[in-house]
Design a binder for this molecule. Structure first.
Ligand SMILES: C[S@@+](CC[C@H](N)C(=O)[O-])C[C@H]1O[C@@H](n2cnc3c(N)ncnc32)[C@H](O)[C@@H]1O
Length: 432
C-alpha cells in the first residue's frame, strides 16, 4: 500500500500530498499525518485517493460522532476537531483571495460559528425502496455514489428529525406503492418541523391516513409534492400556520415555504445577519440595495435601521415572499422589491435603478461577475459581499479592486455547515 505525508488540507477537506512529484488528494487524511492510501482515480498529473490506515495521526484528529461517517456523503470533516475545521476554512478563503486575486484583506474578521451538531435545518433525503424483504433506505447519498446511505440517525440534522428516521422508513415501507416516493425534504422553522413528501403517483386514502397518524405521533407537518416545486401544498395538519424563522435582534419574523431558499443554519444565520449589519452600517436616509435578496433575510434588517432598501431577486416566488414578509413586519414603506436576472445585469440596467449609497451582494455559488462588472463611477461607496464559494468571491473581488476602484477592507468566514467543506464568507469593500 503506498504511503504519503499530508502537507495540507485542500478546499474540499481532503489531505494534499506529493508523491514523486505527483499531487495526491486523500480523503480522510489530515494535515501533518503519515498515511497509507488507495487511489480510486489516477490521472497523469494527480490522483484521488482514500486514506486506508493512519500511521501517524494528527493531534487535531477526533473520533467522528456519526456511525455513518465515511460512507455517507453528507459530511466530510467529522474526523477533524471543530475549531481546526474553522481554521482550515479560514485558510481556504485566504488562499482563494491570494492565489486567485492577489488580495489580502486589511482586517481579518473573527470566524462566526455556532453549534456543530443538529444545525441542518434544510435537507433533501433520498429514498430507495429495495424490496419488500430488504425494505427502504432513507438518507443522504453515499460518497462518490448515487446509492442512498443506510442510516438510522444523523448527527447534523436536528434531533427531532434524526430520531424519527427509523419510523419514517417503516412508514414509507407501508405505503401502497413505496417505489413512488423518491425523496423527502426537511424544512425546519422556529416552531414547526416540516417534511415534504415527493410522490410520483396518487396516494390512497390509507396512505394519507398513515401520514396523518405519523404526523400526530411525531409532531411534524406534512407537505405533499405531486409534481415540480410549484406543486408543493400543505397536507396535514391542515390548519398549520406558515413556516417561519425569527431574527430577534431586529424584531423580525420571516415566513417561508418549505422549498424556498433559506439559510441552512438558523443559529449561524442570526450572527451572520448581525455581522453584515455591523459592516454595512445602514442609517436612516440612505438608499441601499440588497442584491440576490431571497425572502428578505438581509433586506428587512436593513430596513429596520430606517434606510430605504431595494431588494433584487431572480425568483418571482421569492420576490412575492419578500414583499409579504416586509408587510408582515410593518416595513413595506421602506422596502421595494424588483424581479431581475442579475446574471444578465448591465451597466445601463443597474444605473436605471438609481444611485445607491451601499450595496449588499449575496449570490449563489456562481457569484456575481455580471453585477460587479456593471458597477459604474456612480457605484456605492461600500459593498458587503456574502459568498458561499471562495473562488467566485475571489474572482469578483479582483474585478472590484482592479477595475472598479474598491479596497478590500476585511474578510472572514462563517462556519455555516460544520463537518462539510462548505463555507460562507463575508468581505467588505470600500471606495476611498
Ligand atoms: C445565497 S441565496 C441568498 C438569499 C438571501 N440573501 C438570504 O440570505 O436568504 C441566493 C439568491 O439568489 C437568487 N438568484 C439565483 N440566481 C439569480 C439570478 N440569476 N438573478 C437574481 N437572483 C438570483 C436565488 O433565488 C437566491 O434567493
Amino acid at each position: 500500500m503506498p504511503e504519503a505525508f499530508v502537507e495540507s488540507l485542500d478546499n474540499e477537506g481532503r489531505g494534499f500530498a506529493r508523491v514523486d512529484g505527483k499531487a495526491i488528494f486523500i480523503e480522510g487524511a489530515l494535515s501533518g499525518e503519515q498515511v497509507e492510501y488507495a487511489s480510486y482515480q489516477r490521472k497523469s498529473r494527480y490522483e484521488q485517493a482514500q486514506a486506508i490506515r493512519i500511521l501517524k495521526p494528527s493531534s487535531q484528529r477526533v473520533a467522528p460522532r456519526c456511525p455513518h461517517f465515511g460512507t455517507c456523503g453528507g459530511c466530510s470533516m467529522q474526523h477533524l476537531d471543530i475549531s481546526a475545521q474553522t481554521a482550515a476554512k479560514h485558510r481556504v478563503l485566504e488562499d482563494a483571495l491570494w492565489h486567485l486575486a492577489k488580495l489580502k484583506p486589511d482586517v481579518v474578521y473573527p470566524p462566526i460559528s455556532g453549534s456543530p451538531w443538529g444545525y441542518r435545518n434544510r435537507a433533501r433525503l433520498s429514498v430507495w425502496h429495495m424490496s419488500k424483504k430488504d425494505g427502504t433506505l432513507l438518507g443522504f447519498r453515499e460518497k462518490r455514489s448515487s446509492h442512498v446511505t443506510k442510516m438510522d440517525s444523523c448527527a447534523v440534522l436536528p434531533p427531532a428529525i434524526s430520531n424519527i428516521l427509523p419510523g419514517l422508513k417503516v412508514l414509507l415501507e407501508g405505503m401502497s406503492v413505496p417505489e413512488n416516493i423518491p425523496q423527502i425534504e426537511v424544512a425546519i422553522g422556529d416552531v414547526q418541523h416540516a417534511l415534504v413528501l415527493r410522490h410520483l403517483g396518487p396516494l390512497t386514502a390509507q396512505d394519507m391516513q398513515r401520514l396523518r397518524s405519523f404526523a400526530d405521533r411525531n409532531s411534524i407537518v406534512w407537505y405533499l409534492q405531486p409534481d415540480g416545486p410549484d406543486s408543493v401544498r400543505l397536507f396535514y395538519p391542515p390548519d398549520t400556520p406558515p413556516l417561519a424563522y425569527s431574527l430577534p435582534d431586529f424584531g423580525l419574523n420571516l415566513r417561508f415555504s418549505p422549498t424556498e431558499f433559506t439559510q441552512v443554519n438558523h443559529g449561524v444565520n442570526r450572527v451572520l445577519v448581525r455581522r453584515v449589519m455591523a459592516l454595512l452600517k445602514p442609517v436612516a436616509g440612505e438608499r441601499i440595495v440588497d442584491m440576490f435578496c431571497g425572502l428578505g433575510n438581509f433586506t428587512l434588517p436593513i430596513a429596520r435601521s430606517g434606510a430605504a432598501v431595494v431588494g433584487v431577486e431572480g425568483s418571482r416566488d421569492l420576490v412575492d415572499r419578500a414583499r409579504s414578509n416586509a408587510a408582515l413586519n410593518g416595513l413595506d414603506s421602506l422596502c421595494q422589491f424588483k424581479l431581475a436576472n442579475l446574471f444578465e445585469v448591465t451597466e445601463e440596467s443597474l444605473a436605471a435603478m438609481g444611485h445607491f449609497d451601499k450595496m449588499l451582494i449575496d449570490p449563489p455559488r456562481d457569484g456575481a461577475v455580471a453585477l460587479v462588472n456593471a458597477i459604474g463611477d456612480d457605484g456605492p461607496q461600500r459593498i458587503v459581499y456574502v459568498s458561499c464559494k471562495p473562488s467566485t468571491l475571489a474572482r469578483d473581488a479582483a474585478i472590484l479592486v482592479r477595475d472598479k476602484g474598491y479596497q478590500l477592507r476585511g474578510a472572514g468566514i462563517a462556519n455555516m455547515f460544520p463537518h462539510t467543506s462548505h463555507l460562507e464568507s463575508i468581505a467588505l469593500f470600500e471606495r476611498p
